[in-house]
Design a protein around this ligand. Structure first.
Ligand code: NAD
Length: 212
């Protein structure tokens, strides 16, 4: 399938389609039209058709889309038909919460190890995931091909750690530290800012308040 020049805006909408289609599939619904999907998801039917046309349209024939097929195809586009190994760097509050979040594993994202500098937690486990010393990181990522390194360290530590990661067999960084990372383009980086989402919510509260 040709996947050139698909905008990040389209890509960022795919997980939401995937989630809704998964729920429809679980409810035993076999077909859905773009109009029904649009009412369910509160997006326009033309937006859905435009988004899907980037991937060949997913063969809407007769009455709507085949839910199972669409779910599988979007899953494949998102790379969810194969599993992803992950390590966490910084096994503090956020790091431990992410490792403990079982839904990632259900989607095929599994943690193999955590790394930290705190001697009080090195040698312990988060569930079945061992917490290793940062000294072990370079060797670990040299030996173990790892899809995603999750960075949950203080931001002043993140750049140095990113340099170490570049030397290993890492394909992507999921970066929770609020700082841009100096990595080559072949390493994919996704920056997460939960506070951006919270600020958006704050804006909407203020706006709703002004309307009264
Ligand atoms: P925390 O203090 O509980 O955990 C940080 C962990 O990193 C600790 O275990 C610490 O020992 C470890 N650490 C420190 N320096 C290290 C190094 N050089 N190498 C390896 N490990 C190191 O903090 P937290 O609440 O879990 O937050 C972690 C980071 O995530 C912070 O930078 C915070 O700002 C950020 N954060 C981001 C978001 C977001 O939306 N992006 C949300 C919450 C927190």
């Amino acid at each position: 399938m040709e996947e050139k020049d698909i905008s990040q805006a389209v890509i960022s909408r795919l997980p939401r389609y995937f989630r809704y289609l998964g729920e429809l599939r679980d409810e035993g619904i076999q077909r859905i039209s773009s109009r029904e999907l649009s009412e369910l998801m509160h997006v326009t039917a033309s937006q859905i058709r435009q988004d899907f046309n980037n991937f060949g349209g997913f063969g809407q024939q007769g009455y709507g889309y085949n839910v199972e097929y669409l779910y599988d195809e979007i899953g494949k586009i998102l790379g969810l038909d194969s599993s992803h190994s992950m390590i966490i760097i910084g096994a503090g509050n956020l790091g431990q919460a992410l490792v403990n979040y079982m839904n990632f594993r259900n989607r095929g994202f599994y943690f193999t190890a955590a790394f930290d500098i705190n001697p009080a937690i090195i040698g312990q486990k988060i569930g079945d995931v061992p917490i290793l010393s940062m000294d072990e990181l370079p060797e670990y990522i040299r030996i173990h091909e790892t899809d995603i390194a999750v960075l949950t360290v203080p931001k002043q530590e993140a750049k140095e750690i990113a340099k170490t990661l570049v030397g290993g067999r890492i394909r992507a960084i999921w970066n929770f530290a609020h700082i841009d990372l100096p990595v080559p383009p072949e390493i994919q980086v996704e920056n997460v800012h939960l506070s951006d989402s919270l600020m958006k919510l704050s804006y909407n509260i203020r706006r709703a308040g002004n309307k009264e």
